[in-house]
Design a protein around this ligand. Sequence first.
Ligand code: MG
Ligand code: MG
Length: 257
Amino acid sequence: MVKPKTEEEIALLKENGILVSKTLAVVGRAVAPGVTTKQLNRLAETFIRDNGAIPSFLGYDGFPAALCMSVNDTVVHGFPSDVVLKEGDIVSVDCGTLYKGYNGDSAYTFPVGEVDAETARLLAVTKESLYKGIAAAVDGGRTGDIGHAVQTYCEAAGFSVVRELEGHGIGKQMHEVPGVPNFGKQGRGARLTNGMTICIEPMINAGTRGVYLANNGWEVRTADRRKSAHYELTVVVRKGAPELLSTFDYIEGKVEF
Ligand code: MG
Ligand code: MG
């Protein structure tokens, strides 16, 4: 049984969610051919600290940076590096904050300059699958409803779902129960109840679903070396419809800040 959060806790999680969302927007504005992921990481760390928060990924199980930056065939957990982004690449930026004792965690995959049509479709389908999953995060549902929604949408589009990694509960810890897989059957899995706070984060491959762990013990890459996309938002389960605790509105210019 997962303990729901109080409204006070949810408000603190939302403060984190908004900060993470703004950080991703700051990074997104700087994504361009010629930029390194290390430069982008530095921007994010500065912005997070300037807002009085801690970049929660830095030092997490020894992770070396504020952001996970995963380029092209890297699915997640990429290390920021001196490798220069080039036109046509995609980069998944995953960001976490710790602020007032609670966590934020969201991710967005940015195109670098112009990407080819199939890559653009991978990004669009993966992001839309996240919203399909979110729509299933309602009181009385199950985590399998979320996974089913993500999986059926992505597979119908001809893409595949990474199964080795999943979303999660969030609170005082970045990773709490329940796990939230991106595949599954309706009516199966952990029960969703009003006030549960979860991160939903589809990781979707252009090709086959197989992945492998790189030699550094962190970076997860596609087995077929084709591209992978990743989007993540934090939500609170409610009756009827969930409430977003993080947003892409800053990234996408729908809200100014
Ligand atoms: Mg994340
Ligand atoms: Mg997460």
